[in-house]
Design a protein around this ligand. Structure first.
Ligand code: ADP
Ligand code: ADP
Ligand code: ZN
Ligand code: ZN
Length: 745
């Protein structure tokens, strides 16, 4: 008989303290705990990693090399696993050829439908694929867009040819092409272009016939600037150098394909219709409307295709994606939307006894949309799968068959199993999550007073209905509304019209050696302290320069690449992982070597290094709720939420004048208790005179807003309007108002 649980023994990945746990199979288990307590280390880096690893082992090395690589977790034993599907918030990779339709397979069914009953053209199904040469529009190769010269950027009308009026590289005086153009005859190289006639400028740009009509000695075979640019940069199919790429980016733009106008298909395919609609029209229809349209196709021959397509579209509506359209390019989706698209794909799968692992599936969902997501988790379970979910939302904990809490604290103070049982049992337990669930909601403080405003005018981005709206300065504004209502679009428009800083959750782009302290600038202060106290150069304490171990270049580890097998990372023998030379390690401050300092947590360092500059800078990390991070922990190991808080910490340190900050769902990855810390950090930004605007669904954050802007009423075309703007206390009649009331203490 099949094993009834996943048995984990002695899990020690990252901060886990030899965790033993049995997770029931065929059930929904929700993992809770403070941020940094070890939930991801257990669920993703231990259970999912081992499942992925074991599955990969069943393939021959050649195939294995093409599969996602899983780092083997640290544990004594894990058994009872199944093939694993990880559904996280990593954005869907891919390119302009990947759409919501192709990513969910809905497009495959639609193509099948057109190949069977499309009129007048009944091509094979691949003739309706824009990724197949048999179907793609020949003009744009199925991209729906073409790259065209941005001619308006080519010339500077205030300059003459001699002064470099042609801005393309190589056309200035002395440049490779200069002579050809300045001396071609007929062109006056000394007069600013603005004083030329329109025809003369036209001739310069387009040459040929137009130039010949000018007479005045312009040769008939003269090649216009635009023609030449396009010949050299756009029609040469060779490998593009970085420099060439840069020039292309500067002097071109994308434009809708003049032939297919975005339909991406060849003429016969794009004009075929089913029930009077072309496939391009259907690709642009909102998925909710499309789901209603599809059952109207009644030809018996395609009944199974219609049923399959319908089921797929209904699943997308259920999961809160009904406002998207199948033609939407996946690279433009948010993290939460990407995650829901991935989920749809698996809902349609008929595989059973799989292990599904979700990372905060409620991200991007309004409280009104969360129920649909929990229904779906249960549906996956009822098909016979095991579902593991890392989540902070009590609404998801409430539907779990079992809740597991990891804690009690974060980092070294976490990593233990502190509770397992039902949600009702958790509420009665003495754990940080139970305490947070039952704590009294803070009374909303009196709203702060605005110091001026940023006015967004005539916003029409995406679904916005020509909005003009004031964002108060110097206070906390929260943008609310159901998923797809237009919150991010308004935030983007605010940034575009007023400038400002967007603090997102994307990984901090930095090298392998970067840590929270190098990123926020504390590392330099620490090196100066060591130099001052020991009377030696500061560079000695940098792993990237003099002080770094020569064997590993200051990384502490060495990488060995074995063909066909996973790359191996081993601790460096030279420095035994400490990254520094023996000489650097000899010098101490208050008994600590520079490597010892790397091992301190932010909070410890704050207490042990008695230096005012360092304390101030570390204080910002601590204020941002990151006191548990070790100074030497690589940035690449931080979660999205942690990255965002490191960025905030840096802003606390560097921002000069009043700045406008825009944050998209900053509570992602945060435990109820950490949300309070986040609010304090945002408060610190405001106290320093900055303006903070956040897109949020978290009710605790909404309650603390000084100003609320609620968008809706629906998603997509049914949204894009302002339903309410004003203090939180006065909102009534919207989905957000209802959610606030229902969750009231
Ligand atoms: P949670 O998912 O509960 O927020 P994590 O499992 O991500 O917590 O992290 C638990 C602890 O392990 C934290 O202190 C975190 O900084 C640390 N950690 C996470 N990933 C790594 C890693 N790759 N290397 C070292 N430490 C890590
Ligand atoms: P919210 O932030 O409230 O979830 P968004 O502002 O992301 O909503 O989206 C509002 C509408 O605009 C949705 O219909 C969405 O599909 C559409 N949209 C958002 N980004 C893009 C984009 N890059 N391309 C096309 N449509 C988009
Ligand atoms: Zn085209
Ligand atoms: Zn070394």
């Amino acid at each position: 008989m099949a094993q009834r649980s996943i048995r984990i023994r002695g899990a020690r990945t990252h901060n886990l303290k030899s965790v033993d746990l049995d997770v029931p199979r065929g059930r929904v288990t929700v993992f809770v705990g403070l941020s940094g307590s070890g939930k991801s280390s257990l669920v993703f880096d231990t259970v999912a990693a081992e499942a992925g690893h074991q599955l990969n082992e069943t393939f021959p090395p050649f195939t294995r090399n093409r599969l996602p690589r899983w780092r083997r977790p640290e544990a004594d034993r894990i058994d009872g696993l199944s093939p694993v599907v990880v559904i996280d918030q990593r954005r869907l990779g891919g390119n302009a050829r990947s759409t919501v339709g192709t990513a969910t397979d809905a497009w495959t069914y639609l193509r099948l439908l057109f190949s069977r009953v499309g009129r007048p053209y009944v091509g094979e199904s691949n003739h309706f694929s824009f990724n197949d040469p048999a179907g793609m529009c020949p003009t744009c190769a199925g991209l729906g867009e073409v790259v065209v010269s941005a001619v308006e950027r080519f010339l500077d009308p205030d300059r003459s040819l001699k002064d470099g009026a042609i801005l393309l590289p190589g056309f200035g005086d002395g440049g490779y092409w200069y002579d050809r153009y300045a001396s071609v005859g007929g062109f006056d190289a000394d007069t600013p272009l603005r004083d030329w006639t329109a025809q003369q400028r036209e001739a310069l740009l387009y040459g040929g016939e137009r130039a010949a009509r000018l007479g005045g000695g312009v040769p008939k075979d003269y090649e216009g600037v635009v023609e030449r640019f396009e010949r050299i940069y756009l029609r040469t199919p060779d490998h593009l150098s970085d420099r060439k790429r840069e020039v292309i980016a500067r002097f071109t733009r994308s434009d809708g394909c003049p032939d297919c106008r975005g339909d991406r298909l060849k003429p016969e395919s794009r004009s075929a219709t089913v029930r009077g609609r072309t496939i391009g029209e259907l690709a642009r229809m909102e998925i909710g409307e499309l789901a209603d349209w599809v059952p109207g196709v009644t030809e018996p021959a395609v009944a199974p295709v219609v049923a399959a397509l319908r089921a797929r579209l209904d699943a997308m509506v259920t999961i809160g994606l009904g406002y998207l359209h199948l033609g939407r390019v996946t690279t433009t989706l948010s993290g939460g939307e990407s995650q829901r698209v991935k989920t749809v794909k698996h809902l349609g799968s008929s595989l059973i006894e799989m292990l599904y692992v979700f990372d905060e599936p409620t991200v991007g969902l309004h409280p009104a949309d969360v129920e649909a997501m929990t229904t779906l988790l249960r549906r996956l379970r009822d098909k016979g799968n095991t579902v593991l979910v890392v989540e902070h939302d009590p609404a998801v904990m409430a539907v779990a068959d079992r809740v597991v809490e990891i804690g009690p604290g974060a980092g070294d103070r976490g990593g233990e199993l502190v509770f397992q049982g039902t949600f009702a049992g958790l509420r009665r337990a003495a754990t940080p999550t139970a305490a947070a669930l039952s704590r009294p909601r803070p009374e909303p403080a009196a709203p702060r007073t605005a110091r001026g405003r940023h006015t967004v005018t005539g916003a029409t981005r995406n679904n916005l209905r020509n909005l003009t709206v004031d964002i108060p300065a110097g206070v906390l504004t929260v943008l609310t509304g159901v998923a797809g209502s237009g919150k991010s679009s308004l935030a983007a428009e605010l940034l575009a019209q007023h400038g400002g800083v967007s603090v997102d959750q994307r990984p901090v782009s930095a090298g392998r050696r970067s840590t929270p302290v190098t990123y926020t600038g504390v590392a330099a202060a620490i090196r100066r302290l060591f130099a001052r106290r020991n009377g030696v150069p500061a560079a000695l304490f940098s792993p990237n320069s003099a002080g770094g171990c020569p064997d590993c270049g200051g990384l502490g580890v060495r990488y060995t690449d074995l063909a066909f097998l996973d790359g191996q990372e081993t601790t460096c023998d030279g420095c035994r992982g400490r990254r520094f030379t023996a000489e650097a390690l000899r010098h101490r401050v208050d008994g600590l070597s520079i490597a010892d300092v790397d091992d301190l947590t932010v909070t410890e360092a704050l207490h042990r290094l008695g230096d005012a500059t360092i304390a101030a800078a570390l204080g910002h990390l601590d204020e941002a709720g990151l006191g548990y991070l070790r100074l030497g922990q690589p940035l690449s190991t931080l979660s999205g939420g942690e990255c965002q808080r490191v960025k905030i910490a840096r802003e606390l340190r560097v921002a000069a004048g009043p700045t406008l900050y825009v944050l998209d769902e900053p509570t992602t990855g945060l435990h109820l208790r950490d949300v309070d810390t986040l609010l304090e950090v945002l408060g610190a930004l405001i106290d320093r005179g900055h303006t903070v605007v956040v897109v949020e669904h978290h009710l605790d954050v909404i309650r603390r807003a000084d100003w609320l802007i609620d968008l809706g009423p629906g998603p997509g075309r049914r949204g894009g309007r302002i339903l309410y703007q004003g203090p939180v206390a006065d909102i009534t009649g919207t989905a957000t108002a209802r959610a606030l009331r229902e969750a009231a203490p």
